[in-house]
Ligand binder design. Structure first.
Ligand SMILES: Cc1cc2nc3c(=O)[nH]c(=O)nc-3n(C[C@H](O)[C@H](O)[C@H](O)COP(=O)(O)O)c2cc1C
Length: 433
């Protein structure tokens, strides 16, 4: 991909200069993206979750984002996920203090999964913009009533106060990937005829009300970023034009950054993640209680190709689309995410004019990635993009297969063969040997 100007060594570039994100100062331009750790137990933080974020903070990121925390129990999609409640504040404080002690800022992703859950996990009938059947769980979900919508809007605001009390510097509102906010935005999932459905203005109303509330509660000391979809990449979902309109709506709230992602968890998950889903790994670890249907379906030959279509992996796979957004939105910093693998990738993002970017995969393999790039601007992390970490994450603590083996856990031979094949495929599609 062409760069605008000649590349300078990464360690002399703005990459390692501080950045003012609203009221907070990051020591550099690199943020650990929200990547679900599955390290909370009984929806509460653990030492393992803390140790992982401390390792990333020690590894040099400017800020680390604790992944998906639901604003309400009804919005939890995995047992190992956090949800906002007072009982866990003391342990969350320990987590943020430990991150701060390593010189990084701490952010938490706040959201509601809407229909991406089932009764066993969220302890109620799953809710969404509309009543329908979600094949992913599988589950019937019901349309939220207007007073329930108002209540959830308030919960987002309260969640910001809770995050502050826990010691976080920033909140990231999850408005993408076909979770609840984007279930309202997307014409695929919102068929309402009231003030929250139909026209674009009505479909973004829920998000706009949430962002009003979030910004009011964030006040002058909390940074706010919003993760949005550039496009849904599924039939009848929002396209790029609508994605731009949504980003412009977000910008009106004077949030401090917009993270540009894309894809739909239940239709095009690999658009979000890049590469192929390791479906044998997924089925191997998946437990029967929560995912019996998915586990059974994945064992039928050919089904995984329909359910989890591959997106041939390319480094910086969202760059072309992110640049379109860059031309359209200049009043709020845009945060790049997607396919960062090396120091050269980091430098290219800076050269393209982005001020900040996020990384998930590479920091799962190597929490010290940032230091390596500081020492060698051309450092390549060598993450093979088999997405083993994703396949495992649905059931166990999220880890790279290299770390799993280093820690003495055995990976069955057929899973190792799948990893090797997918790494080879990703390397070919990315044009590396
Ligand atoms: C294991 C794993 C879990 C993820 N969980 C989340 C999540 O909870 N919320 C979210 O917005 N994105 C999630 N993502 C997506 C990442 O935040 C990021 O957008 C995507 O992986 C692209 O960045 P990368 O190429 O640097 O990995 C996850 C990614 C991975 C690999």
């Amino acid at each position: 991909m062409a760069t605008k100007k000649k590349q300078e060594p990464a360690n002399e570039s703005k990459l390692f200069t501080p950045y003012q994100l609203g009221p907070i100062t990051l020591r550099n331009r690199i943020i650990r993206s929200a990547a679900f750790e599955n390290m909370a137990r009984s929806n509460a933080p653990t030492k393992e979750l803390q140790d992982y974020h401390v390792s990333v903070a020690r590894g040099g990121v400017g800020m680390t984002t604790v992944a998906y925390c639901a604003v309400d129990l009804s919005g939890v999609s995995f047992d190992g996920q956090l949800y906002v409640r007072p009982e866990i504040i003391p342990d969350m404080k320990k987590l943020t203090a430990a991150i701060h002690a390593e010189g990084a800022k701490a952010s938490i992703q706040l959201g509601h999964c809407g229909n991406m859950t089932h009764f066993y996990t969220c302890h109620c009938m799953p809710v969404s913009a509309d009543t329908w059947f979600n094949l992913y769980s599988p589950t019937i979900h019901r349309r939220l009533k207007v007073e329930e919508i108002h209540n959830l809007v308030k919960k987002f605001g309260e969640a910001v106060d809770w995050a502050r009390e826990c010691g976080f510097d920033c909140v990231e509102i999850h408005a993408g990937h076909a979770y609840l906010i984007s279930q309202f935005i997307s014409p695929r999932t919102n068929h309402r005829h009231d003030q929250y459905g139909g026209s674009f203005e009505n479909r973004v109303r829920f998000m706009n009300e949430i962002l009003d509330e979030v910004m009011a509660h964030a006040g002058k000391d909390m940074a706010v970023v919003v993760k949005t979809n550039m496009w849904d990449d599924c039939w009848h979902g929002s396209d790029i034009e609508e994605g731009i309109k949504v980003a412009k709506e977000i910008a009106k709230h004077k949030v401090h950054g917009i993270v540009l992602s894309g894809g739909t968890v239940s239709r095009s998950p690999m658009t979000i993640l890049g590469g192929a889903m390791p479906y044998k790994t997924l089925a191997h670890y998946m437990n029967m209680k929560s995912f019996w249907w998915l586990k059974a379906a994945l064992n039928i030959p050919g089904v995984h190709q329909i359910m989890l279509p591959t997106q041939p992996f390319k480094e910086l796979y969202f760059m072309d689309k992110a640049k379109i957004f860059q031309k359209e939105i200049s009043n709020v910093p845009l945060i790049y995410v997607g396919g960062v693998q090396s120091g050269d990738n980091c430098q290219q993002i800076m050269d393209e004019g982005f001020e900040l970017f996020q990384i998930a995969h590479v920091l799962i393999k190597d929490p010290e990635f940032v230091h390596h790039v500081q020492e060698n601007p051309h450092y390549h992390a060598g993450c093979g993009r088999s997405n083993y970490c994703v396949g495992r994450m649905y059931t166990l603590n999220m880890k790279c297969h290299e770390c799993v083996e280093r820690d003495g856990e055995v990976i069955p031979p057929r899973i190792k063969r799948e990893i090797a094949k997918l790494e080879k495929d990703a390397s070919i599609s990315n044009g590396r040997k």
